[in-house]
Ligand binder design. Structure first.
Ligand SMILES: [Zn+2]
Length: 277
């Protein structure tokens, strides 16, 4: 598969700004996964925690591998089993030099319990956790990695209260350009996944068109959402190159230009992600 890549495609470097490399899908062959990423020019990988134990594992990976950085937090889909107050632990983890942001946090109304009371309770818990992440982000000067599904307005309204002090990326962005502009107006940015490469991804490609290059990052969300032509398989960081090619095509720019802008945006967004020199 690697041999099929042309030399020009290997030249441009990219950062995978959102990957779950602590997922059990990578237990058996993480070294090979990192190797394949290096070979296609994925020079940095930001691994994202989904709860405290997982966040610790992300930090361990960041300590072991030079190109790996960690984001620590609690995923909204796991909200009901979160401790009441995450802030003290988040403050503590945020001190680690390779922790580059807080998250992923946010809100998800897509996967909720059917019972009405449980639904409301889950959303309340998600909101509380989201606010705790934003609060610690404001205190520490770190950015926030936000997951939002089927609840954009409420998630944006909460972010708006903190936006003067916190930069947020709404990751795996799949909303339309009106939502995009409301987020950008608050100083937020977006990142795009393999959805951009899907045959039925026309709506996302239109949002890519509307997104200024200085507010756009790339991610795999590995092990989920493998781009074409890997769709349906386990996604891994080297697949980012396919998403990069699709975004470059939509924007009508070269891979080198996209490399330059997306790496710059990532270095600005994650203050501890040092530039490649
Ligand atoms: Zn994620």
């Amino acid at each position: 598969m690697l041999r099929a890549l042309k030399v020009t495609e290997v030249m441009a470097i990219f950062y995978d700004t959102h990957a779950h490399l602590t997922d059990e899908a990578f237990l058996a062959d993480l070294e090979a996964v990192l190797d394949r990423a290096r070979h296609v020019g994925i020079q940095k990988i930001v691994v994202i925690g989904t709860d405290l134990e997982d966040s610790q594992r992300c930090i361990q990976l960041a300590e072991r591998y030079l190109e790996v950085y960690a984001v620590v937090g609690w995923h909204p889909n796991e909200a009901l089993r979160a401790p009441g107050d995450l802030r003290p632990v988040l403050r503590n983890l945020a001190r680690h030099p390779k922790v580059v942001a807080l998250g992923e946090t946010g809100m998800d109304a897509f996967r909720l319990p059917p019972d009405e009371t449980r639904r409301a309770l889950t959303l309340e818990r998600q909101e509380l956790l989201f606010r705790q992440h934003l609060e610690v982000a404001a205190e520490t000067g770190l950015s926030c990695v936000v997951h939002q599904r089927a609840i954009f307005d409420r998630a944006l309204a909460i972010y708006a209260e903190y936006a003067a002090h916190v930069r947020a990326v709404f990751h795996c962005f799949a909303e339309g350009s009106e939502a995009l502009h409301r987020l950008l107006a608050l100083g937020g940015i977006v990142s795009f996944t393999g959805l951009v490469t899907f045959r039925n991804g026309e709506a996302v490609r239109q949002t890519v068109t509307a997104t200024p290059l200085d507010a756009l990052m790339l991610e795999t969300d590995a092990p989920y959402l493998a781009p074409e032509p890997h769709r349906g398989r386990r996604c891994e960081p080297f697949h980012l190159i396919e998403t990069a090619k699709a975004v470059a095509a939509v924007k009508g720019i070269s891979l080198e230009e996209l490399s330059r802008t997306t790496c710059q945006v990532a270095e600005r967004f994650f203050p501890r992600l040092r530039p490649v020199s």
